[in-house]
Design a protein around this ligand. Structure first.
Ligand code: NAP
Length: 279
């Protein structure tokens, strides 16, 4: 069993990005909009701030009260969209229920959409065109590539079809010549399908959901899940039992989550170039 070490690959990626950023004639700026005071979001925003500092990027944190009106958020996004000093905009999820998530996400100009969640960027990915790609799926691809795990001709089974993870992954894997099967909550006989995976990617949000008897020997397992159980973080894969059968697996924590933040800043770098190219 081989561990796919997201922490290590993130550090390598950040060093690489840092040297590319140093060659630019400007300091890039990421703006993060946070609405409310969700404790997990506070941690995620703080981690982004720390990484920005490490890379020498500017970080602007705009925090709205839980009760903010949608109009005010949209106006702020418009202001950031047209601000030449801002290279990337991210709206930290989740946002309060009274706000229209799709409307807010799509208000961000596609060339500043460092989360890759606008309909435009999602569509460009489907058409295999240059775009800002959702960070977690992109991080999974980077991790597999780093460890030279071949995707072409492999059967990739994805469990989960969210706009954030599962759906962009379908297209990323397809664009890399995998044969792709997608499973979700209505899938029947799930384990019959997961057992056929050469690469199994799980993004369900249920602790230890994938068990040993649901995978074949030698499979590569990518666990996207982040679940809090008794103050511990566990994945969607029952690591202790499943890891006995795999050829390689991502740990939780220390796997995919690490890659997400790397790809956010890779997207910031790319966003800057897309903008100066007028895309
Ligand atoms: P989500 O939006 O809740 O989607 C969960 C998906 O799992 C849905 O497509 C759902 O199917 C499917 N599902 C639920 N129960 C199932 C079952 N019994 N069998 C098969 N499929 C089932 O979650 P998400 O945003 O994709 O996140 C998934 C997990 O990844 C969470 O733990 C989240 O915290 C974590 N995550 C981690 C990172 C990271 O950086 N590592 C980033 C994002 C998310 P339906 O569509 O039919 O409802």
């Amino acid at each position: 069993m081989f561990l796919l070490d997201g922490r290590k690959v993130k550090e390598v990626g950040l060093e690489n990005l840092k040297s590319k950023l140093a060659k630019l004639d400007k300091t890039l700026t990421l703006a993060v909009i946070q609405i409310g005071n969700d404790p997990a979001s506070n941690i995620y925003v703080s981690n982004k701030n720390k990484t920005a500092t490490k890379l020498g990027c500017n970080f602007i944190h705009i925090k709205f009260d839980e009760t903010v009106e949608e109009k005010e958020v949209l106006e702020k996004i418009d202001e950031l969209n047209y601000d030449e000093d801002i290279d990337g905009i991210l709206v930290q999820m989740p946002i309060p229920k009274h706000l229209n998530e799709t409307l807010i996400q799509n208000r961000v100009k596609s060339y500043k959409d460092v989360d890759g969640l606008t309909d435009i960027n999602a569509g460009l990915l489907v058409h295999n065109k240059d775009s800002l790609i959702s960070c977690t799926p992109h991080g999974i691809l980077t991790l597999l590539n780093y460890y030279d795990i071949k995707i072409s001709k492999k059967h990739v089974v994805i469990v989960g079809r969210s706009n954030l993870v599962g759906k962009p992954l379908i297209n990323l894997m397809l664009n890399n010549d995998a044969t792709v099967t997608v499973c979700h909550s209505k899938t029947e006989n799930l384990s019959d399908i997961t057992k056929t995976a050469d690469i199994l990617i799980v993004a369900v949000g249920r602790p230890n959901f994938i068990k040993e008897d649901m995978v074949k020997d030698g499979v590569v397992v990518v666990d996207v899940g982040i679940n809090r159980v008794d103050d511990k973080i566990v994945g969607d894969v029952d690591f202790d039992s499943v890891s006995k059968k795999v050829s390689a697996i991502t740990p939780v924590p220390g796997g995919v989550g690490q890659m997400t933040i790397l790809e956010l800043f890779n997207n910031l770098y790319k966003a800057y170039h897309l903008r100066i190219q007028g895309k």
